[in-house]
Design a protein around this ligand. Structure first.
Ligand code: HEC
Length: 186
């Protein structure tokens, strides 16, 4: 250590010893701003949580959309409209993805995680259903459709809602969509 630096350190030590109250005041000011900042951060965090809650879709409403697509899928398959059936199965896949992304920690499924349970229960039956649609075989489609419905019901059981039993629809939920394939060339 050179002489100048040694001298500078000695000087600052002397200053600190000579005026300890100045040091304490400086430290105090820093401490006072910290609780204010902590409170502000806390308030912002609370606000973000509130906004997240407000924009989070309700799981029951998301399920209604899923149910509508599930219904439409059946009628498309029944009509042998394989393009429409394929489209609806794709929409179901997207709806599942959307639910996983926005409601992955849904309280209804706790302590299990919806983000894990939902794909684990639906991905395989949905994949099989897509494959069945590809065969243009109504019997295979119906079997794969029933397997998907059973998976829906299975999760409702796990979630403590065993009264939500999903099956084949008897009448279309909405009938403004044409299920019969469009005539070729028209
Ligand atoms: C990961 C578990 C899970 C899977 C898989 C699942 N559901 Fe649900 N479903 C729920 C839960 C939980 C509720 C209750 C939601 C609530 O209380 O708001 C529900 C509610 C429903 C409802 C009632 C909606 C209402 O409020 O009127 C319908 C209809 C429904 N599901 C259809 C389906 C269909 C169709 C499928 C399959 C394509 C499916 N669900 C797959 C967990 C699941």
């Amino acid at each position: 250590m050179n002489g100048w630096r040694r001298a500078a350190i000695a000087m600052s030590t002397i200053c600190a010893l000579a005026n300890p109250s100045a040091f304490a005041a400086q430290a105090g000011a820093q401490q006072a701003s910290d609780p204010a900042q902590t409170a502000r951060i806390k308030a912002l965090e609370q606000r973000i949580a509130e906004l997240e809650k407000r924009t989070q879709p309700e799981l029951g409403n998301q399920m209604l959309i899923l149910e509508l697509r599930h219904d439409r899928l059946w009628w498309a398959g029944e009509a042998g409209n394989w393009n429409l059936a394929y489209y609806m199965a794709g929409e179901i896949g997207e709806a599942i993805q959307g639910i996983v992304e926005t409601n992955g920690d849904a309280a209804e499924l706790q302590p299990q995680k919806l983000s894990e349970i939902m794909p684990a229960m639906l991905n395989v039956p949905l994949k099989n259903l897509m494959a069945a649609i590809g065969t243009h075989d109504k019997a295979k489609f119906a079997q794969a459709y029933d397997d998907l419905s059973a998976a829906c019901t299975g999760c409702h059981r796990v979630a403590g809602n065993p009264m939500l039993i999903i099956g084949r629809p008897k009448t279309p939920m909405l009938d403004d969509l044409q299920y019969a394939p469009a005539a070729q060339g028209k």
